[in-house]
Design a protein around this ligand. Structure first.
Ligand code: AMP
Length: 226
């Protein structure tokens, strides 16, 4: 492993389990993960300048500017690369322009870092079903994700209470059915995996239609195949 760190890019629609898997890797493997969506929500709740700028965009399920999100990722990566073994980018890059900006950033600042791109394949119907039962901890420092969907194995121990920090669990404003459909359209329009392949970067596939514990064991096998 070059430079000590591997960056895993998680590509997949909302509800594909990538955020839950990222949280699990942070807890169990001592990796670090950046969810650009969670970072955006933190800016909004703290009413920063960026937060005020992006509030309405997030509520509508549209994407924020490529340059803005890349500068957030750049700042965060500068504190992580070389210090931890596994670094997950969850939900970035999400457009072809972001792929180009990320390649520039890695080429300029971290030419030796090992990059693996993991795509979570899942049907739109399963996404809609999963997100309709998704709950998120309202503590912005936590944002742990749970599910009330039977069989998902992600229910909180106490109804609407976060297992980790005792925060209140609620649905996300952008998990309303009509916004979910828009977010899926946006995801399919911008899916960056083809561009990664065109640029010679292989894309590894996880079957995300499966229950979470199977996704987890498939991912463990994937990382061992390094
Ligand atoms: P997520 O939590 O990943 O579903 O992201 C929630 C929202 O944050 C998205 O619908 C976008 O508005 C915004 N967002 C997160 N990541 C990105 C990104 N890479 N590019 C543009 N917008 C993003």
């Amino acid at each position: 492993m070059k430079n000590g760190s591997t960056i895993y890019i998680f590509i997949g629609p909302p509800g594909s389990g990538k955020g839950t898997l990222a949280q699990e890797c942070v807890r169990e493997l001592d990796w670090v993960a950046l969810s650009t969506g969670a970072l955006c929500r933190q800016h909004i709740s703290q009413q920063t300048e960026i937060g005020k700028q992006i509030d309405l965009i997030i509520k509508s399920g549209k994407l924020i500017s490529d340059v803005l999100v890349t500068s957030m990722v750049d700042e965060w990566l500068s504190k992580q690369v070389g210090k931890v073994r596994g670094i997950i980018l969850d939900g970035y890059p999400r457009t072809e322009q972001q792929v180009m900006l990320l390649f520039d950033l890695l080429h300029t600042k971290y030419p030796d870092v090992h990059l693996r791109v993991v795509k979570f394949d899942i049907s739109d119907d399963i996404v809609v079903n999963r997100l309709s039962g998704r709950l998120m901890c309202q503590n912005k420092e936590c944002q742990a994700v749970y599910s009330t969907v039977p069989g998902a194995g992600l229910a909180p121990k106490k109804v609407n209470v976060c297992d980790r920090c005792s925060g209140t669990l609620m649905s996300r404003v952008d998990d309303k059915p009509e916004v979910i459909r828009d977010r899926l359209i946006v995801y399919h329009q911008h899916d960056p995996s083809r561009l990664f392949e065109q640029m010679g970067q292989s894309v590894e596939i996880i079957d995300a239609n499966k229950p979470f514990n199977e996704i987890l064991s498939d991912f463990i096998q994937l990382i061992e195949r390094a």
